[in-house]
Design a binder for this molecule. Sequence first.
Ligand SMILES: *[C@@H]1O[C@H](CO)[C@@H](O)[C@H](O)[C@H]1NC(C)=O
Ligand SMILES: *[C@@H]1O[C@H](CO)[C@@H](O)[C@H](O)[C@H]1NC(C)=O
Ligand SMILES: *[C@@H]1O[C@H](CO)[C@@H](O)[C@H](O)[C@H]1NC(C)=O
Ligand SMILES: *[C@@H]1O[C@H](CO)[C@@H](O)[C@H](O)[C@H]1NC(C)=O
Length: 635
Amino acid sequence: MLLVARARLKYLVIACIVTIPLLYFVLYQALPDTIASVVSSKASPKGRPGNKGDAQHVTPSPAKVNDGHPISGLIENAYARFSGLLGKRSWSLAHAAARYRELRGRHPPPGFDKWFEEAQSHDAIIVEEFFDRIHHDINPFWGTDPQEMRRQARALPHAIRVRNGKIAHPKDHDANPPREDRLELWEKLVQDMLPYLPDLDIPVNLFDEPRMLVPWEDIARNVAEEQTSRRLFPPREAAAERTSFLDVDTDPPQAFDPEWIDDKPRYWDYVSRACPPNSPARKVQPLETATPIDAIFPTSPNMSYMGDGGFISNFTQAQDSCLQPHLRDMHGTFVEPFSMVTSTKLFPFFSGSKLSVNNELLIPAAMYLSSETRYSGGTKHGGPWAGKKNGLVWRGTASGGRNQEHNWWHYQRHRFVQMLNSSAVALVQSGDSGAGPTFTLKAASSYNMSAPREGQLLGPWLHEWSDVGFNRLDCWPERHDWLGRLRLDCPYTDPFFALVASKPMAEQYNYKFLPDIDGNSYSARWRGFLLSTSCPLKATVYTEWHDDRLMPWLHFVPFDNTFMDIYAIMDYFLDGHDAEGQRIAEEGRNWASKVLRREDMMLYMWRLLLEYARVLDPQRDRLGFVDDLTTDALT
Ligand SMILES: *[C@@H]1O[C@H](CO)[C@@H](O)[C@H](O)[C@H]1NC(C)=O
Ligand SMILES: *[C@@H]1O[C@H](CO)[C@@H](O)[C@H](O)[C@H]1NC(C)=O
Ligand SMILES: *[C@@H]1O[C@H](CO)[C@@H](O)[C@H](O)[C@H]1NC(C)=O
Ligand SMILES: *[C@@H]1O[C@H](CO)[C@@H](O)[C@H](O)[C@H]1NC(C)=O
């Protein structure tokens, strides 16, 4: 009798093993929430809130402002969305693997268990959505031949080469690659996960600027192939063994030519070909740089990604140059980048930041791994909010591309410094339009503001709170003094800008508001700003590894790349919403100290490398982590 019962039980168990993965397929599509909660309650509860006090993150709900201001509404929305996201946190391997299958339609890559174990040992906050970027970046590579990609990765210079659990330094590397420090910083990060990595070649971009702009049609084809190749195969079909790299480790390596292009003044052409066919950017030609800014500056805060009041409601779209054809003449990257070494082919390549249309695999920017205080701000993060100056500060160089006498007024940093300069704005408002070649006030003046009330001009108001300026003017061609030192001034922009003393980041933290804008590419101060006790503001066309884990209007204040909304945003915080500014400062700092740690960067890169190793493996269609589906069901 007992034996029969046991045999039945065995059948039942086997039936479960077979049906559970099947149910995953069928039901995940229809009922993601229900299934996720079933899976999480079935999964081992160890590590749930309670025993890991430090790892918990509680977001206080916003004090209801209910003043009807659109920004108050955006802040409340951000809290709600973020709480929803945090509620999906994975506390167990089984839950993490289930959520992976739910979102990605595949089994996690081999090595997922070690990765999750390490994440838990660092109290890392794991929400599957925080890794969306990895899949966005890697998916097109599923449409390319793995053998071909292995050869390409092996042939490229400046690669981190992993063989047999060690970093190999091959002889064919340049003795002194440019910006070798970056290569070293990334190599150190890879060291932390080395015992768990299969053999790999990881070619990295040592330039500031991203380098791959593949035409949209090619990427669309690859992405479609990725989607049709998704399969949650039965666990018994899974392979965990990686294919050896012996075939590519030939001497000399097989050649690969990315056919790098240098065509700086036509950069926009390459960007627009990487945009969707029906996007606004695809339809426009590059502009003559002589075009006055009046002819291009949008006249109304009605962008598709702006909500009520003209404030950014979708930051992802606000970063997307395909939606903003005016940016071709309002951002140095598109006017004339500082350097251009771009390929229109798709091959394995890693970069610290990129435009929405670039095709590199994003990794944490090397400067975030550096301990240099000009990036990190050092160990100081600023004092209490109440002790800070009630204003905004920005210092920097006039970078952002190769600004020249015939085009400098199209560069974002020049525009920002002029639009926040009370004297320049006062001159323009008094009718001297020649005083502000970088901006117009038409769109800005259609915002509803309370501080510069009727009759009160922007100039004197800005004077109360704005402290911005360049500490170097970065002319092109560069000029040197008689001792051969780089000159900081610049004949063609001198009438509009005064050089000001630089302020170390620790001193900038004495101000409540810290805007951050792009230079030649992303801004390396951003992590320091987020970790500070001040309120960070951000306008950028560059995407970064951490974007999916930062919530605009909760951890930072987003503003538009035209800067048309900056006055209205400052008006909100300076006029009756100091507490909201303080909350963003504190919430951002709190969150950044939990999810932007070096450990978090390491874990992000580790997960990306697991995906990368799989997609480059000729056996990729059978590689997967399935232990949770077999062992869990038996115990
Ligand atoms: C925004 O308004 C301007 C001027 O009214 C108009 O020309 C433009 O087409 C509008 N843009 C969008 C995206 O609605
Ligand atoms: C400013 O307020 C007026 C009246 O409420 C409204 O019609 C207008 O759309 C608002 N402007 C913006 C930019 O939201
Ligand atoms: C923002 O836009 C992107 C791209 O169109 C979309 O996928 C995303 O869901 C939007 N996010 C929000 C918060 O609306
Ligand atoms: C501000 O603008 C005025 C007027 O154009 C200019 O003379 C001054 O140098 C500018 N100040 C800074 C810090 O750039």
